[in-house]
Design a protein around this ligand. Structure first.
Ligand SMILES: [Zn+2]
Length: 384
């Protein structure tokens, strides 16, 4: 009975609903049962007056606590991993930004190594390329001096550098060979997300039909909705299969637009992302994102020109904001930060919700959304 124990909490957010005063039985790192009756031979850890929710997955994050994926250093990834665990995150996609090609490959190769290792906190679930293959008009905080055309050769180089762990490729789809490129990425099992793009509505629709899966931080860094030109945002929102990444800091999207996105995409096609940069977890000041200086004031990161440059957000705050600002039901908001990204990454059978048979990965939060502890495979990796 040594490798099993009950984790009891005031409220458990299971995949199918909330349960009061239940416990999760964990056996060898797996959720074996969810119950309110206890076998007296098995120890009970009573977490008390808290909520046990699924460990969160941040599928789009650049850095935290002074460290950046673009540092191309294992020590930086370890810092990001530990920092994310403080915020209830159990897995993430290390996300690049536009930079020198060789520097980008170096960052991917460290991510490839990291995804095969056990890290101190949140685990690397793969790599996300947000860089290089974009359009000047919506470059945001990307230095367009480094923009390149996406070719099969470049895809192969990135894929090899990540040791096959490239999960997401963000791209602007308005170039002549984009549809072939999208099909090729699909054959590799890499998800294409449309971003930093000036694509017309039709170009975005064509890209989605060719296999693209959704939009990078919806509305931000893409052609928006005009009543005579629905743009990339319109195409992503109206395609029932497309997923929308949402940065829910109250800055990137107005609360009414959050509600609009929720009404159109529903609970299963919104992925909450942090898009956090290396300033996350640190105070206001001057930072660096890729090749650009970034100024953080009141937690909001902008380039010298005033473009938003990622965020300093954490996912538990995103969930809180979505509930409070857009009136999204709590369990749905939680799953947008766990189950939706897990399914998107093909990990829905083992991660993303509190469900029998899944890995015992949890965030323990109080009613003010403060993370008290984080568990991965039944092991506590953070506690306050
Ligand atoms: Zn980003």
């Amino acid at each position: 009975m040594k490798n099993q124990y009950y984790l009891k909490a005031k409220r458990i957010f299971t995949e199918n609903g909330m349960l009061e005063n239940h416990a999760v039985l964990i056996k060898n790192g797996i959720i074996n049962n969810i119950t309110d009756t206890f076998n007296s031979d098995i120890s009970v850890i009573d977490l008390g007056d808290v909520n046990l929710m699924p460990g969160m997955i941040d599928m789009h994050i650049h850095g935290r606590e002074g460290c950046d994926i673009m540092d191309a250093k294992m020590s930086s990834i370890n810092t990001i991993s530990s920092s994310l665990a403080k915020h209830g995150v159990i897995g993430f996609l290390g996300t690049t930004v536009t930079a020198d090609w060789q520097q980008t490959l170096a960052a991917f190769s460290v991510l490839g190594e990291a995804s095969k290792q056990s890290l101190p906190g949140a685990q690397v679930l793969g790599a996300y390329n947000e860089g290089l293959f974009f359009t000047e008009t919506h470059k945001g905080a990307h230095n367009s001096d480094f923009f390149l055309r996406l070719t099969k050769e470049r895809i192969d180089a990135i894929y090899e550098a990540t040791q096959g762990t490239l999960k997401v490729m963000a791209l602007a789809p308005e170039f002549t060979d984009s549809l072939e490129v999208i099909s090729y990425l699909e054959t590799l099992g890499v998800k294409v997300m449309l971003g930093h793009t000036n694509a017309t509505y039709q170009q975005a629709v064509d890209a989605l039909e060719a296999g693209a899966c959704g939009g990078v931080h919806i509305f931000n860094g893409m052609s928006g909705i005009h009543h005579r030109d629905p743009g990339c945002a319109g195409a992503v929102l109206m395609d029932d299969n497309a997923i929308a990444e949402v940065i829910c800091d109250g800055i990137h999207l107005h609360p009414t637009i959050m509600q609009l996105v929720y009404k159109l995409k529903g609970a299963e096609k919104i992925a909450l992302i942090s898009d956090c940069i290396n300033a996350g977890g640190f105070s206001d000041g001057k930072y660096r994102l890729g090749e650009l200086d970034v100024y953080v004031k009141d937690g909001v990161a902008r380039t010298e020109q005033g473009s938003l440059a990622g965020s300093t957000l954490t996912l538990e705050v995103s969930v809180k904001n979505l509930v409070e600002m857009a009136k999204v039901p709590l369990l749905e908001a939680v799953h947008m930060a766990s189950l939706v990204p897990a399914k998107f990454l093909g990990l829905g059978d083992s991660l993303g919700s509190i469900s029998i048979g899944k890995r015992a990965c949890f965030a323990v939060i109080d009613d003010d959304f403060e993370v008290k502890s984080t568990y991965i495979d039944g092991q506590k990796v953070f506690s306050i």
